[in-house]
Design a protein around this ligand. Structure first.
Ligand code: NAD
Ligand code: MG
Length: 395
């Protein structure tokens, strides 16, 4: 294996930190070209000292000045860049072979798309890219020979149990359906009457996974599974009616593929993102990830149940947006991002998240938006409308 040269976008987040943990175990296999950490200057400075990337990218000039100062004090030669164009530049630089796309939200779309345009291997954690711009992103990747490898644990599991020569051919491979497992989050059994009073601190406390705040709230509303349905639809060229969701609270089975002959293939493991990260970074080799072996003796049992749309209206909204297609998933995502940040800021209630998204989707968005400009315009419009609605709800 020749040494891979990596850009890690969102290096200071949960996926970014796990990625660097795997990378550090294999210095002969990976070299870091660039790290991007937005506003988390201290963490990014420490990462630069450890990995000595050529570039570090932050949000703006103010954060760049702070980072440059810290790096100079530490004697680190990493050059500091800032702004959205810098993310695109380090994602598409000629030296780079692979890009970990681990920025949270639609903010990760332009850089992930740039990596696709530049024909890189894309380690895709940023599911919002596929929700907002699935068709455009997959077409761009295919047209430029970019490989898209799924980091999201469910999609990584599916990727592992699909035939290696799958190429979107469900029928030819005798595949009946793709099954996404979901933990159900922290409120799977909570009394529905208490949902209005759920606090941000309760919502970000996921029973099995340790993740960033936004995806943790999405897991609590199950919007996360909805986004993942749309993600799977694009990644695996899978029609909506061949996608299933099953709740599996232990998060040991990370997803499954159901075959025509009655077989169901599952991928299992401890809930630790270093497994899917190592799988993708190592391909075709299986490399050490630091994840403990699964201990069947201490598992107890694996259980399953159906999702309940009354408890999880966001999941239903995502199903509907997937079926509507066109610009609907972009609208779903933008409204959800605004609603989640308003909830985290204490401006609206937990149950208002679904209200904000439903309100945004009340119009017909099924017409396709086929350029990045059209998608970003829709994204901005939806956010502005959602903010108005949020202000009305909060007041
Ligand atoms: P996080 O909040 O922990 O980290 C986000 C990263 O993006 C940080 O480095 C942050 O500095 C950076 N960032 C934030 N806003 C930015 C902006 N506007 N521009 C540029 N950079 C910005 O999030 P996370 O949990 O690591 O999730 C990252 C992505 O991976 C999300 O799309 C999430 O859905 C997906 N994902 C995460 C997990 C997980 O276990 N955490 C699992 C599956 C998929
Ligand atoms: Mg997931």
């Amino acid at each position: 294996m020749t040494q891979q040269v990596l850009t890690v976008l969102g290096s200071t987040g949960s996926i970014g930190v796990n990625t660097l943990d795997v990378v550090a175990r294999h210095p002969e296999k990976f070299r870091i070209f660039a790290l991007a950490g937005h506003k988390q200057v201290e963490k990014l400075a420490a990462q630069c000292v450890q990995f000595q990337p050529k570039y570090a990218v932050v949000a703006d000039g103010e954060h760049a000045a702070k980072l440059a100062q810290q790096l100079a004090a530490a004697g680190c030669k990493t050059e500091v860049l800032h702004g959205a164009q810098a993310l695109i530049d380090v994602a598409s630089a000629a030296e780079v072979s692979g890009v970990m796309a681990a920025i949270v939200g639609a903010a990760g779309l332009p850089s992930a798309l740039a990596a696709a345009q530049a024909g890189k291997t894309i380690y895709l954690a940023n599911k919002e890219t596929l929700v907002v711009a699935g068709a455009l992103f997959m077409q761009t990747a295919a047209a430029n020979g970019a490989k898209v490898l799924p980091i999201d644990s469910e999609h990584n599991a599916i990727f592992q149990v699909l035939p290696h020569d799958y190429q979107g051919r469900l029928n030819a491979h005798g595949i009946r359906s793709i099954i996404l497992t979901a933990s159900g989050g922290p409120f799977l059994h909570a009394d529905l009457a208490t949902f209005d009073r759920i606090t941000p601190a309760q919502a970000v406390k996921h029973p099995n996974w340790s993740m960033g705040q936004k995806i943790s709230v999405d897991s609590a509303t199950m919007m996360n599974k909805g986004l993942e349905l749309i993600e799977a639809h694009w990644l695996f060229h899978c029609p909506p009616d061949k996608l299933e969701v099953v709740i599996h609270p232990q998060s040991v089975i990370h997803s499954m593929v159901r075959y025509r002959d009655g077989s169901v293939l599952a991928q299992m493991g401890n809930p630790d993102m270093r497994t899917p990260i190592a799988y993708c970074l190592g391909l075709p080799e299986r490399i050490e990830s630091g994840v403990d072996a699964l201990d069947f003796g201490s598992l107890g049992g694996l259980t399953f149940c159906e999702p309940d749309f009354k408890r999880f209206p966001c999941l239903k909204l995502a199903y509907d947006a997937m079926h509507a297609g066109g610009g609907a998933p972009c609208v779903l995502n933008a409204a959800n991002e605004e609603a989640v940040s308003a909830f985290l800021a204490g401006a609206i209630r937990f149950t208002d998240i679904a209200r904000v998204v439903a309100h945004a989707l009340a119009q017909d968005f099924s017409d396709g938006l086929d350029s990045i400009e059209a998608l970003l315009t829709q994204d901005a419009q939806t956010r502005a409308d959602a903010q108005q609605y949020i202000a009305a709800l909060g007041g």
